[in-house]
Design a protein around this ligand. Structure first.
Ligand code: AMP
Length: 618
């Protein structure tokens, strides 16, 4: 990994349950989905903490059942949200890990790491997943990676987008652009099919992933990819389906085994993760079985579920998906007949019932499944990354026009939301509107910026506010201008100006209360480095320990051999024995206590003893 940073931006799909990384390969003129160290193209977005080490990805997910309280998944559900947010409160009930309210109502994940209580915010956990994705890309590209394009659900608000950028910064990445997941999927699909694209094509993207549901309508005309509308549900995806299955089996256990496991987080966690496999099986078969040994109070749980029952318990969720599909078409003022292609994205779009409902909705239209639904988003992000990277050749010639997912506006008299930029407006965008003072001789106005679709401003999400003061005395109805501008990342800045005096003021909506300060980010970057150093140290120690174990074993065997042993002077036998004893003490002792040097020094000593008395080191 010694080569120079090429500056090429990788594409990362930072998913709620799984993440995926991809890169544009200049020589092949195509995207490459990068597999992780386990050979998988997607990596669980899980981070676990144990008494000894920190684990990320597959390693974290694999041990989740035995260490549920300290295995974090779903950090994306917390990012940019407040602790008191009803969505967070509801999610918390299902998580085996603890979340508490931190400063400014920020949710903090509380865990035990190396015997000590630690608190992490969602950005930190997400940054750990991003580091893992960066490392996966670095191993493949054999070069350091700095730049990335990261995707977020279309309905992520300003604060959630900025928090995702913060997570990238903590991970040591330069996030060149945040793009919407369905848009990324549309790029992937559009590029795949562009050869056959004649004239204008309207594409409907249906993305049902692990934690979120997004739909969007996109028009491709020549090299222009324009998102027309997006809609989504913050809480609809494979995990919710797993939870429905979990509840079903919890009830079944209650009825059949007379055991209530609902207050047993470990059992719930184990059962929930066990539900994922039969769920996947049911996409292929009409029945699936589930087995969890020693679930609770010695109960070995074995059961099965039919596809019909699975569909029944999840029908409400599937119907919600279809309502969103309908809403998106209405927003885009399009009839379903004008959709040329329906594209499936996200692992949960493999569910046959979902496909059936969608096909019926689009009056029997065949669904496009040509791109792996788990990889489409990272694929599109990688294309966008290449487009933004300097000096990269053979990148497809395309222009991406995205839309804003929520309406943005300001509070006016009577708690009314005066919309400046309606949702689904193409970004970047800049809109200026004239407003009037409401009182005679009013010297200042307060600009309160909201996002949301409700008519009453206070029912929407307050993004920030600022004062414009220094107005000249004037009767009510004095004019001033307010300007809203959204950049390519979907990030908003608002300014206001009084024209006769020229006084002005502005804010870039930073959601200061929820966002991390520069100091906090710097501290977290430092801590991220520390954690990485600790991980490396752990690995070095574990390797030394295993080698010590190995040499001690070989030396013990050598001593047992009469032929060898009888030829030794007694002081040499002593030396060997004492080296073995020390090795055993080190291996059996509290390894956290001992410094790495102690292990490595003793390993060296053992190797010397071995070389001197037994033979060559191997
Ligand atoms: P994604 O975030 O797009 O990778 O989607 C992950 C979600 O898709 C997880 O909840 C998986 O359990 C789910 N999933 C993956 N494959 C299947 C399948 N064959 N049938 C049903 N759900 C699946």
């Amino acid at each position: 990994m010694a080569k120079e940073d090429q500056g090429l931006a990788i594409g990362i799909d930072l998913g709620t349950t799984y993440s995926c990384v991809a890169v544009w390969r200049e020589h092949h003129s195509r995207v490459h989905i990068i597999h992780n160290d386990q050979g998988n193209n997607t990596t669980p977005s899980s981070v676990a903490f144990t008494d000894q080490e920190r684990l990320i990805g597959d390693a974290a997910k694999n041990q989740a059942a035995t260490n549920p309280q300290n295995t974090v998944f779903d950090a994306k559900r917390l990012i940019g949200r407040k602790y008191s947010d009803p969505v967070v409160q509801k999610d918390m009930m299902l998580w085996p890990f603890k979340v508490v309210a931190g400063a400014n109502d920020k949710p903090m994940i509380t865990l035990n790491y190396k015997g000590e209580e630690k608190q992490f915010c969602a950005e930190e956990i997400s940054s750990m997943v991003l580091v893992k994705m960066r490392e996966i890309a670095e191993a493949y590209l054999e070069t350091k990676v700095k730049n990335a394009v990261v995707t977020v659900p279309a309905y992520f608000n300003d604060s959630q987008r900025k928090s995702t950028i913060d997570a990238g910064t903590i991970a040591g990445l330069n996030i060149m652009r945040i793009i919407n997941e369905p848009t990324a999927a549309a790029i992937a699909y559009g590029l795949d099919r562009r050869m056959n694209c004649v004239g204008e094509r309207n594409i409907f993207i249906f993305d049902l992933g692990g934690g979120t549901f997004d739909v969007s309508i996109l028009t491709i005309k020549g090299k222009i990819f324009e998102v027309k509308a997006t809609a989504g549900n913050t809480h609809l995806g494979g995990e919710d389906i797993d939870n429905r299955m979990l509840n079903y089996f919890v009830e079944k256990i209650k009825k059949e085994k007379k055991e209530d496991i609902s207050g047993n987080p470990r059992a719930l966690r184990r059962l929930r993760s066990a539900c994922e496999r039969p769920k996947r099986t049911l996409s292929l078969a009409v029945t699936a079985s589930i087995e969890v040994d020693g679930l609770s109070n010695g109960i070995d749980f074995r059961s099965s579920i039919t596809r019909a029952r699975f569909e029944e318990i999840n029908m409400e969720l599937f119907n919600q998906c279809m309502e969103t599909v309908d809403r998106c078409l209405a927003d885009a003022k399009m009839h379903k007949c004008s959709i040329h292609d329906v594209v499936l994205v996200g692992g949960s779009s493999r569910i046959p019932k979902v496909q059936e409902l969608l096909k019926d909705f689009f009056e029997g239209k065949d669904l496009c499944k040509s791109i792996n639904p788990d990889e489409a988003v990272a694929y599109g992000a990688a294309v966008q990354g290449a487009l933004l990277s300097e000096g990269i050749k053979n990148v497809p010639d395309m222009v991406l026009l995205d839309v804003t997912p929520l309406s943005l506006g300001k509070h006016v008299l009577g708690d009314i939301m005066s919309v400046m930029i309606p949702r689904n407006t193409t970004i970047p965008v800049k809109r200026t509107k004239e407003y009037l003072t409401v009182a005679d001789d009013q010297s200042c106005v307060k600009i309160q910026v909201y996002e949301g679709e409700r008519t009453r401003a206070s029912d929407n999400n307050l993004l920030g506010s600022f004062m414009l003061s220094g107005f000249p005395p004037a009767p009510r109805g004095h004019r001033f201008d307010v300007c809203f501008a959204i950049d390519e990342n979907g990030i908003l800045s608002v300014s206001a100006k009084e024209n006769t005096t020229g006084i002005s003021n502005k804010i870039i909506i930073t959601n200061d209360n929820e966002r991390l300060s520069t100091e906090e980010i710097n501290r977290m970057i430092q801590e991220a480095d520390d954690y990485q150093a600790e991980d490396m140290k752990f690995l070095r120690k574990a390797k030394a320990r295993n080698k010590i174990d190995d040499y001690a074993y070989k030396l013990k065997n050598a001593l047992k051999n009469e032929n060898f042993s009888s030829k030794l002077f007694s002081e040499d036998r002593e030396k060997i024995s004492s080296a073995i004893t020390k090795a055993t003490e080190l291996i059996d002792g509290d390894q956290q206590e001992e410094e790495i040097d102690v292990f490595e020094d003793h390993l060296e000593e053992l190797i010397n003893v071995f070389k001197r008395f037994v033979g060559k080191s191997d």
